[in-house]
Design a protein around this ligand. Sequence first.
Ligand SMILES: [Zn+2]
Length: 125
Amino acid sequence: MRHNFTVKQQRQMAARSGGVCEAGKGETEAMYGMEDGETCDEPATEFDHVVADALKRTKIMSIDEGLHVCGFHHNNKTQDHDMPKIRKVNRIVDKSQGIRPNYRPIPGSKASGIRKRMNGQIEWR
Ligand SMILES: [Zn+2]
């Protein structure tokens, strides 16, 4: 289940931002692909979960859990910061549950478990 900001929380965050992108506030520069101390003066049009909802999966308790940001910085963080983490979490969860990707090793490679000798003889490693 997705946990979005309530309308009330969005209004409070918009009042806090003054309508200006908050990317980089509270030492979040790196997440948004910005330099230390860099700020953005684009109009804020979207609400970003500082910790992606897909990773946190709990109810939003405070407007400090989100930033009012511009579309560029929201997208940038989602693609470059959140998605690699979400994919890694999915891989770890899959592995713990025994879910394996479809896997076809190259015949004759170490992963295939088969060795083909120079004289043509095939044997298990
Ligand atoms: Zn921005």
